[in-house]
Design a protein around this ligand. Structure first.
Ligand SMILES: Cc1ncc(COP(=O)(O)O)c(C=O)c1O
Length: 410
């Protein structure tokens, strides 16, 4: 059967194919407490207590209320109302519940969008290094087009860089800020320029705003959908995974121009008839409840960022954060490993703890950043909560191999 796979399924990372992150997790497991796999963007903070309490309450309700069953395709109306209110109060975005669809994480929302919007030959533009919109585009039959983002422009995807990649087949521009994995935050004036470009070239925009609550320091977020003429060509995606540390609940949502939520629901319905009712109760508590937890978790991540930056610096890395203005958002640190080799085979991943350095194999994860002739590495902010002073984990992947000095022992 595997020999007969459809082209769209070929080349997708699978467990059996040894995705780099699986290798890292396996390597980390061998060292138990001494290492923490930090390869996935999974904030290791607890689900807010009031959210868990709301779910328990929903589960304990009288069975005759039929609490936990299939839900409506676009999601519970009460949840979409809560999301609508939250979008208005927190981001100044005005979407009625009918223009909102609840999805199984932002990931499923993205898949539904790409399947709904892409045809063979359409080109999808996205920042590289960045999130995996390219494989989503390929899966939907479109052609991925990378827009290189560079260290000297703080990894921001500029309108100029996008325009250089536009062709008559360009159809979708993916905008993500803060960007995974660099933490780049697109300043409002650049978002405005991207909006103008989208209008000029008649592009649709997929605006992945999953990290927009996770911005450090004085930087801020503005949704591309908020600029004149953009709402009708933009789908906004957000969710609970990151800002509320609720990755396992699998709740995301999309908001788009009138009619699009229904289409995305119809497409998504073929993947999952409806989103878990249990998780929808959790999401309702999130969006109707207190929002202090977002700032609380951001403060923890900001401390981790500081710690990771100082450790990386001490290890001899020139971290983007140390040299430039700082990792501005997300839960990642993108660090450069100076490199001189051309060999992609020398891509390394390693697990680092305070008292030693362990090599753990070699496999590239991120697209090479040929413009900078450097290697980008990915980290997730984290600490070993059991032994916070003694160990921490770093996972790094390099195109050109590991170039670092082990930290001083003791
Ligand atoms: C940029 C970006 N978008 C979407 C997702 C998927 O998030 P979710 O857990 O909501 O499916 C991730 C996960 O890491 C991400 O980094």
């Amino acid at each position: 059967m595997l020999a007969a796979l459809a082209p769209r399924a070929q080349g997708l990372p699978t467990k059996k194919g040894g995705a780099a992150s699986d290798e890292i997790v396996a390597a980390a497991a061998k060292w138990g407490d001494a290492a923490i796999p930090l390869c996935s963007g999974d904030p290791d903070l607890p689900t807010p207590l009031h959210v868990s309490a709301a779910v328990i309450d929903a589960l304990q309700r009288d069975e005759s209320e039929k609490t936990i069953h299939y839900e409506s395709g676009p999601g519970m109306l009460a949840l979409r109302e809560a999301i609508s209110g939250h979008m208005a109060s927190s981001y100044g975005l005005d979407y009625p519940p009918d223009d909102i669809a609840v999805t199984q994480g932002v990931q499923m929302g993205l898949t539904a969008c790409f399947l709904a919007l892409c045809s063979e030959g359409d080109e999808v533009l996205f920042a590289a290094p960045g999130y995996g919109y390219g494989s989503q585009a390929s899966l939907a039959g479109a052609t991925p087009v990378e827009v290189p983002v560079r260290a000297d422009t703080d990894f921001i995807m500029t309108a100029e860089a996008v325009e250089a990649k536009i062709t008559p087949r360009s159809k979708i521009l993916c905008q993500c800020s803060p960007l995974n994995p660099s933490g780049a935050v697109t300043p409002p004036h650049v978002v405005e320029e991207l909006a103008a470009l989208a209008i000029k070239h008649d592009l649709l925009v997929i605006s992945d705003e999953i990290y927009s609550d996770m911005i450090f320091d004085e930087h801020s977020h503005v949704s591309i959908a908020s600029f004149p003429g953009m709402r009708e060509r933009t789908v906004v995606l957000r969710g609970c995974s990151k800002s509320y540390a609720m990755t396992g609940w699998r709740i995301g949502y999309i908001a788009g121009p009138p009619g699009f939520a229904q289409i995305a629901t119809a497409v998504g319905g073929h993947m999952a008839l409806s989103v878990s009712a249990v998780s929808q109760y959790a999401a309702m508590a999130v969006f109707n409840g207190p929002q202090e937890v977002v700032a609380e978790y951001n403060a923890i991540n900001a401390e981790r960022r500081k710690y990771m930056k100082s450790r990386l610096h001490a290890m001899g890395f020139t971290t983007y954060g140390c040299v430039c203005a700082g990792v501005r958002g997300c839960v990642y640190i993108a660090a450069f490993v100076p490199c001189d080799a051309n060999s992609r085979r020398s891509c390394c991943l390693a697990l680092q703890r305070a008292r030693g350095l362990h090599d753990a194999g070699a496999r590239p994860l991120l697209a090479p950043n040929s413009d900078t002739k450097r290697t980008i590495c990915q980290y997730r902010l984290g600490t070993n909560t059991r032994k916070p002073q003694q160990s921490f984990g770093v996972v790094f992947l390099g195109r050109h191999g590991l170039r670092t000095r082990p930290p001083a022992r003791g």
